[in-house]
Write a protein that binds this ligand. Sequence first.
Ligand code: NAP
Ligand code: GDP
Length: 446
Amino acid sequence: MFYQNGKKGIPSEIGKKFPDECVDKRRNSRKSFTKEILIAGTKPERERLFTCPWHINCSLYRKNRRKKSFIMNRRKNRPKKELARERVALITGITGQDGSYLAEFLLIKGYRVYGLMRRSSSFNTGRIDHIYQDPHDPNPRLQLIYGDLNDASSLNKILRSIQPDEIYNLGAQSHVRVSFDVPEYTAEITGIGTLRLLEAIRDSGIQPKFYQAASSEMFGKVQAIPQNEQTPFYPRSPYGVAKVYAYWITVNYREAYNLFACNGILFNHESPRRGETFVSRKITKAAARIKLGIQKELFLGNLEARRDWGFAGDYVEAMWLMLQQNEARDYVIATGTHYSVKDLLNVAFGVLDLDWQEYVKIDARYYRPTEVDLLVGDSQKARTQLGWQPRMSFQDLIRTMVNADLEEESKRLYGINYVMADSEGSAIYEPNKLVEAVDGGHSLKW
Ligand code: NAP
Ligand code: GDP
């Protein structure tokens, strides 16, 4: 005998078979029947428990009652379901190029993001203004905190108060040429700053996952081509040396204190948010300004140097992926292609139909006392273990940067967006259209 479904107040699971003797009882006991089903909880349990609740002598009923009370007790004693805690990330260097892309990325992933920001006499938040949230908002998901990698007490205080699940250490004196001018400071922030942060983690007693922004500059005078995780380091600048220290102290704390600490050995990565003294941005900005007639020449150093240039938006995804693995490891992140500074000039000036040779002059002050001639990475490990790969080509990257600079400079100059026309008068570039790049399935706009 089967009970029929569809009766008012009776869920559809009811079409079950019961001992014949119970059928009559059911007609008189619809209420308790319904109640029984509702008590019974999750679907599998409900199905298991659902028998004959009205016939006290039915063996099935007795058996299942015992089962039910066991399950109900277990459920009562189970700790209250934890409210899913939103993950908390701390980014040092949030005002920099990578920090800004990473903050966007983590906010989209649902993180609460804290950014460590150093005090400056002028605003240094230009790259994150578009995601800035007023601290007076009831629940801001992005918050900036004053601190400095040179100040251990600020790091200790911040870690204790925000208790991050993930820490991304991107803060650094990050310019290679400048590191020859301020070598001690570079060692202090880029090298020892990492140690201060690792010690603050140990002092605070929390166990966050830790990402260290290591650099291809550690390979310096390269010992193998291309460079991967096994290639020996041979740094060629105070910056490179400081990064080697930061790399090894991260490995040491991982091994000594069982910290989940990873080094991302990232090769050069650029974007319209790249600092204006790095060669890519210096060139794209100059090309735009020359096109607009507000700059006449561009002074550069070594045009033969070759780099593996990728898009910063692609690279921050790799940082996050490293911290989502079961085991902490170090990874090379690179495109595997390399171009010279001359190639970069060709693409950048080519976008605007200019010949760079008419404008570029060499200034020895941009040479480095010891140069890194060629960097090109082998990111096979990241591609297979993290499932990561770069999305934007070198040509698209430089084109995007030139267009963004043309837009920015024309706005600054004319207060309007600039539209370039080809010989027939039709618009070939409309800077007022936001540039979009696909990054991890979401759109980035700048
Ligand atoms: P960036 O634009 O120069 O940003 C550096 C960030 O560090 C800025 O937010 C800066 O703050 C902050 N910072 C500097 N000194 C600090 C201090 N004493 N305390 C706290 N913060 C401080 O560099 P990026 O291109 O985003 O690179 C991010 C990280 O990746 C850096 O560690 C860099 O060395 C490394 N890396 C970069 C590349 C690359 O091609 N971009 C490649 C390999 C590794 P301010 O805004 O106040 O200056
Ligand atoms: P780096 O790889 O971190 O040093 O990134 P940069 O963008 O600063 O430099 C990349 C390469 O471009 C280096 O080999 C520089 O020597 C070379 N380069 C040539 N001219 C210039 C210049 O005017 N500025 C910078 N920053 N680099 C230059």
